[in-house]
Design a protein around this ligand. Structure first.
Ligand SMILES: [Zn+2]
Ligand SMILES: [Zn+2]
Length: 589
């Protein structure tokens, strides 16, 4: 069997199991008490949505047992074709099915499947013919979560039972171990426990509060990126967070991106309508447009640490990875055609330098994101223009020896992109850095330059990020290092603690000296047992602990405990400070 056929069969078995689950839940909780919605297969199993009394974890074993009983009866999945009218009769007590049926055209022939004689579900299949085919399958209820009917916040919240399902026990167990490992690194859990960030219901999804620890790390990253850009000839800009929608009409965002924007006001009622910016581009163009430009002014490299707003659906928001407001190392380069390749290379060098410094480079892949010719509405420009610029970009990527893959339909509306992709601990992929070639927008904004022969020309614009979104990068760093961030980006680098009151003054003097030397230290002078203080510091993943008691005080030394089990005593403070500074300046991971 071919790989994709095998995958299809697994998905069919998973989906078949979702009906077994629905039947089991009805058997256990009473047919009339359970209203069924839908139950698709997913990557690691399947889910089913129910409208019923709330199910607790204690019931999981009962439900799994009932599923087993159904499977062991070797029941048939019997396919029956029915008219819409018949369907409405069969499913009259199932309001969610009725809604689905009513949305179908009048003449539609529907299919329902009987699982045994006493259970029927509306579904187009396919399923296994008989539950005997599911005998070897290994499944385990993972969790229950709320899910709006049809993914719409205005609808009722249903209970979604997620189940892991794999062809055999070995694969299931391997998967569960992998997931448990991932959970330990999940930034959305660990990042909260370690006090990097939090969220507040009445502020909203996708709008995290970055706590002092996370804010410090982001500040360090931001300074690092801004300094690096300055070294590479970028000019800093500072532009507004919002604009009248007139700007976005010129840029094309109003026509091609409005659904993802926060719009303040209504064009039919208000004299002026404002939008929070989803991108910095059209603002930075104004810097270029501020005075006439000649070919000698190019390339012009503009950078800005920019806060952006995108109207993501609540359900799409995730931890620090998918947000409604985020801050990005945004930049735009206006370049002549003869400068395109070298400037593109400069952007790529900067991005890879930053990823390597952060230790994330080995985890990324390079996606050449192209347009989708069959979905022309999404893009501006002609087919010839797109093909020309995509060919140019492909040539640049090959020249630069980038190990890339191509993806249709992932381009920006104005041009193709090189997206540097990274996966989170659960394998979900997002973009961390992007470099885009835009051959169209300069004309829209009339961004001309006078070439050496006196003629007027439009520059290419490279849209790029050098680290991408700071919040998202923090998430990947937390996952990569399981919360133990490298010393140079750790908010707290050293925790000083005294063993007893007799060494408090000495601990204080150590703390003062570290602070004076620019080491980010904290003093734990609480009257607690030293073992307790050490454990707490280790659980918070503070890189180093300095422990001082009367012995250290008498000899004017310190003892050091590293979070990686390093244990040192009789160390001179000045020697340790030299070592810390070296570790920081070398950006050691
Ligand atoms: Zn089905
Ligand atoms: Zn841009």
């Amino acid at each position: 069997m071919k790989e994709n056929e095998k995958e299809q069969e697994i998905q069919m078995c998973r989906h078949s199991l979702s009906h077994v689950l629905a039947k089991a839940v009805k058997n256990l909780f009473g047919k009339e008490n359970v209203k069924i919605a839908i139950g698709p297969a997913i990557d690691n199993g399947f889910y089913y949505d129910f409208d019923m009394e709330s199910i607790t974890q204690e019931k999981f074993a009962d439900i799994e047992k009932e599923m087993k009983a159904i499977i062991n009866k070797n029941e048939y999945f019997k396919r029956v074709e029915i008219s819409k009218k018949e369907a409405l009769k069969i499913f009259k007590d199932e309001p969610y099915k009725v809604e689905l049926i009513n949305n179908l055209p009048e003449e539609e022939i529907l299919t329902c499947y009987y699982l045994g004689d006493d259970y029927v579900d509306l579904c187009c299949g396919p399923h296994v013919e008989n539950t005997s085919k599911l005998q070897g399958y290994a499944y385990k209820i993972n969790r229950i979560s709320g899910a709006y009917w049809r993914n719409n916040e205005n609808n009722k919240m249903l209970q979604r039972i997620y189940v892991y399902a794999f062809p055999d026990k070995k694969q299931l167990n391997e998967y569960i171990i992998k997931i448990e490992e991932a959970l330990k690194r999940d930034h959305n859990k660990l990042g909260r426990e370690l006090e990097y960030f939090t969220t507040v219901d009445y502020i909203g999804q996708g709008l995290p509060i970055i706590l002092p620890k996370g804010s410090k790390t982001i500040q360090i990253l931001q300074r690092f990126v801004e300094d690096e850009e300055e070294k590479r000839g970028y000019l800093l800009t500072k532009t507004p967070f919002m604009s009248k929608n007139d700007l976005f009409k010129i840029s094309g965002h109003w026509d091609h991106y409005k659904d993802s924007m926060f719009v303040l006001g209504d064009e039919n009622k208000d004299k002026e309508v404002f939008c929070l910016r989803p991108m910095t581009c059209p603002f930075q163009y104004q810097v270029y447009l501020n005075k006439p430009r000649s070919y000698k002014d190019l390339p012009m490299r503009l950078g800005e640490t920019s806060t952006l707003f995108r109207n993501e659906a609540s359900g799409e928001c995730h931890g620090l990875i998918r947000l409604r407001q985020f801050t990005i190392s945004e930049g735009h380069l206006m370049v002549r055609p003869d400068q395109l390749e070298s400037e593109f290379k400069g952007c790529l060098n900067l991005g890879t330098f930053i990823l390597k410094t952060l230790g994330l480079y080995e985890d990324v892949s390079f996606r050449f994101s192209k347009w989708d010719e069959n979905n022309r509405k999404k893009y501006i420009g002609s087919k010839e223009q797109w093909e020309k610029v995509q060919n140019e970009m492909r040539k640049i990527l090959i020249d630069l020896d980038v190990d890339f893959y191509e993806a249709d339909g992932e381009a920006a509306f104005y041009g193709p992109k090189l997206d540097i992709q990274i996966k989170n601990v659960f394998g979900k992929e997002d973009t961390i850095i992007t470099i885009q070639i835009d051959f169209q927008i300069a004309e829209r904004f009339n961004m001309v330059y006078i070439d050496s022969d006196g003629s007027k020309k439009y520059p290419y614009i490279i849209h790029r990020t050098s680290l991408g979104c700071y919040e998202r990068t923090l998430a990947y760093l937390i996952e990569k290092y399981a919360g133990a961030l490298p010393l140079w980006i750790s908010a707290e680098q050293v925790r000083v603690m005294n063993i007893s009151d007799n060494s408090l003054d000495y601990a204080n003097s150590i703390y003062d000296e570290l602070s004076k030397e620019g080491i980010r230290a904290k003093l734990d002078a609480r009257n607690e047992k030293i073992g307790y203080k050490i454990r707490e510091s280790l659980s918070q993943k503070v890189p180093y602990i300095i422990i001082v008691g009367e012995g250290e005080k008498d000899q004017n030394t310190i003892s050091i405990r590293g979070r990686n089990n390093e244990n040192l005593s009789n160390v001179k403070l000045e020697d340790f400070i030299v070592r810390l500074k070296e570790e920081v300046s070398s950006h050691k991971n």
